[in-house]
Design a binder for this molecule. Sequence first.
Ligand code: NAP
Length: 481
Amino acid sequence: MPQTFPNYINGEWVSAGPTFENINPANTKEVVGLFVKATAADVARAADAAQEALPGWSNLTAPARGAFLFKAADLLDQRFDSIAAEMTREEGKTLPEAKGEVRRAINILRYFGGEGSRQPGFLVPSERDRVHMFTIRKAIGVVGLITPWNFPIAIPVWKLAPALIAGNTVIMKPASASPLSSWRVMEAFHDAGLPKGVFNFVCGSGGELGSALINAAPVKAISFTGSVEVGQWVHAEASKRRLRIQLEMGGKNPTIVCADADFNSAVENVVNASFFSTGQKCTATSRAIVEEAIYDKFVAAVVERTKKLKVGDGMQPGIDIGPAVDAGQLQVDLDYIDIATKECGAPLCGGKRLTGPGYDDGFFVEPTVFADVTEGMRIAQEEVFGPVLAIMKAKDFPDALRIANNTPFGLSASIQTTNLSRAFEAVYGMEAGLLTVNLPSAGVEYQLPFGGSKDSSFGPKEQGPAALEFYSDFKTIYLKY
Ligand code: NAP
């Protein structure tokens, strides 16, 4: 019998009510856990508890708050292997990828634990005699955190950690497809002795709980990561209450491959960014835009490399790519493969759901490469969020830059080049919140700001020192002595 995981409100486990199943996408016969469905009333109680806990928590010194983050990080470190294995079982990514993500979450907690001792502000000279003027940072209050399934521990933690260190109290609503990883974070904070009501955790359908969370009177801010469609709704609803809003959403991320690139490394970077984590990274490359001079050779090399990728259960050693996260995402992948086939012909490799021993009970799809994709096609404009790469031909570098920017999205982008001027033209000219040069478009660190531009994002950036901008307010003081 699978374990049942309760909600967590005001420091108490809340286990009454029906449950939903957390299924292993590599083996749908395995129920990883049963999660108690929260109700709108639970969300309201969580918001009240967070409001009640707010004065005590925000009046602690920031280094004292940081001590809880360090303690939770230590507990997650002690539980590292089991949490990573659970993540592979609930989300499907390979075990090495899951371990990398758990390590990142621990590092983020320690980074923001240390931020408790920094939190820099301003101290500037006054024009007036004997006036001292400076700023301090204040918490904004109760914040709602809504997270997606694809980075089930890193994203919850990169919202939670800056929220807590800035003195806010929190209600977290994780994605229903992979709630266990963030449940473990909440458990670690409980075990670390976090005061009751500071971190509340409610599971269940976003469609059912979203409105209750956004409209709970104590909630002052919503940080959301997920799809554009839901993000737009969150924005519209939260704007009615003039909540502070942060949205990180989808992308159609380009990698420009210049004729002067280090060829083998460019092939490796494009294949890595397109297919690892099953293409289910918001920063994944989904368009490779290749200069005409090397186009045919590059397409052939990518196809050859892609065919060597091993798809399977991410718990097995040697597997490169796990399954789609659920039946819905698998169907989206297959639908877009169908759409692209009608638009530009059969894929050069992949294109099918995998069947047979080891595959029949999971949501496995072949990594798929389409070539000769042009700008007007849906496969060049719409996010798939699966292992599907569109390769496009550019006449020259300016043409590649133009094609790269020709989507409504602007999350991540990459350029592969050995030409310094082109690298800098990309730095200044590619419309994206983050850019990599001679690296995969995916694979970010937590010490710098993270987030997109254009339709991919709204509001202040996450991670790094910038994260505090969303989770705190400056208070400005003028003091005559
Ligand atoms: P999603 O369907 O938009 O769901 C995201 C979260 O919103 C989930 O917790 C979901 O709950 C919840 N939700 C659904 N409807 C809601 C509503 N009406 N009100 C409030 N919350 C609601 O996205 P996803 O499928 O989990 O994630 C994939 C998407 O996330 C992709 O588009 C990807 O690009 C994007 N993403 C972006 C970034 C970034 O940093 N830019 C990072 C990772 C992922 P349920 O799970 O219960 O439906």
